[in-house]
Design a protein around this ligand. Structure first.
Ligand SMILES: *Cc1c(COP(=O)(O)O)cnc(C)c1O
Length: 390
């Protein structure tokens, strides 16, 4: 089972971190291996997933969309129906329970558009933990509503003024805080990125998506699906969906954000157009210039707007376990409208990337194939952005 020793997925992953964090990461790893074997932890986590998040989420057969495209049968795994509107809460609750086990009283996290920040603030409020969220000052300006939400939930939002004043700078500041306050503080990472053991822990907490899908697909189709399709930002909703199918004969397709276009350079597609490097404590595909400086990224969907990607995805790419592709802003917006109009489901712009790829391919795959799309979140949060564009 992956990762192997020291947190490597093949050549990817690892722990490229300041020495002061070794202890914290080892502690996290030790506690994690202990609690995942404990019935009490499993029961508590499952209790909150069921009664608080609203799991299992449905696997919905998108009949009208299938009919229109005249191709593969399309199913949607409805993570958009989770409490707080996306899959992020699965991981957030798991890590809050871990923090409790470790006796940590303070939670810090980074956020880009604010979705992860809101999920963390929600879980911290539920367990009465002090919560501080690092957010770039540019993002704070763009996402006032989410800042208000986090404040309402009792979290403090700390404005980051360094670098491009966006997500990657917020992560750097959160790591700096963690180095200083590691005894009292848990750093709640939001995706399958960062140093070991984070990519493994986040994947495992999100794997509930794939485990449910497996059972639901067998019930709905009579067998496993042919394709699983998910958008890839840091990689957590996709790995949560893929991982339980790792040993099955099911094709994995990860969809990155091509932004304006891959050739324009204004995109967020490290697996399709990046190079191997080190970012935020792990070795993986990264968008960087010739000098190894991290490139600035662009995508209409804030959740995919990140220059790196989880190391496990780099491993899946290298070993060809998964195929990676990219969808641009325009295609994603078109898919966003299509699902809204045909199925009455407004998807998150992130999820619309996965959807757009299936819309492109459904006919070619043919009517006897079954595809499951991870509908990672709902589009309510994107209304302002989309209204601006139209
Ligand atoms: C954050 C987010 C993503 C991207 O993150 P992953 O870790 O790649 O899943 C995708 N969809 C939604 C709705 C998000 O909020």
């Amino acid at each position: 089972m992956l990762p192997g020793k020291n947190g490597y997925f093949g050549e990817f992953g690892g722990k490229f971190i300041p020495e002061t964090l070794f202890f914290a990461l080892s502690e996290l790893e030790t506690i994690y291996y202990k609690v995942i074997k404990s019935k009490k932890f499993k029961n508590e986590f499952n209790y909150y997933l069921t009664h608080y998040v609203g799991r299992p989420t449905p696997l919905y057969y998108a009949g009208r969309l299938t009919e229109k495209l005249q191709g593969a049968r399309i199913f949607l795994k409805r993570e958009d129906l989770c409490h707080t509107g996306a899959h992020k809460i699965n991981n957030t609750l798991g890590q809050i329970l871990l923090a409790k086990e470790m006796g940590k009283k303070r939670i810090i996290a980074e956020t880009g558009a604010g979705q992860h920040g809101v999920a963390v603030a929600t879980a911290a409020s539920l367990f009465d933990l002090k919560c501080e969220i690092y957010m770039g000052s540019e993002d704070i300006k763009r996402q006032r509503l989410n800042v208000f939400r986090m404040n309402l939930l009792g979290a403090k939002v700390i404005s980051v003024e360094t670098g491009t004043k966006t997500l990657k700078d917020a992560i750097n500041e959160a790591i700096r805080d963690w180095v200083t306050n590691v005894e009292t503080t848990h750093y709640l990472l939001g995706s399958t990125v960062g140093p070991h053991p984070y990519p493994m822990i986040v994947r495992d907490f999100q794997s509930v998506i794939g485990r449910e899908t497996k059972k639901q697909a067998v019930k709905a189709i009579g067998r496993l699906p042919d394709y699983l399709v998910a958008c890839v930002g840091g990689g957590s909703n996709s790995l949560g969906m893929f991982y339980p199918f790792y040993k099955e004969k099911v094709k994995f397709i990860g969809v990155e954000a091509a932004g304006e276009s891959i050739s324009s350079g204004r995109h967020a597609a490290p697996l399709c157009a990046g190079k191997v490097g080190i970012l935020h404590g792990a070795k993986s595909y990264v968008l960087q210039d010739e000098d190894g400086q991290i490139s600035s990224t662009h995508s209409v969907s804030a959740g995919l707007d990140y220059p790196g990607v989880g190391p496990e995805h780099s491993f899946y790419k290298k070993t060809k376990r998964a195929q990676y592709t990219a969808i641009n802003d325009r295609e994603a917006l078109k898919a966003f409208c299509m699902l809204s109009q045909i199925e009455g489901i407004i998807p998150a712009l992130e999820s619309a990337h996965a959807l757009a790829y299936v819309i492109k391919m459904a006919k070619k795959w043919g009517k006897n194939k079954n595809v499951v799309i991870c509908l990672s979140g709902r589009g309510d949060k994107d209304m302002e952005e989309v209204a601006k564009i139209f």
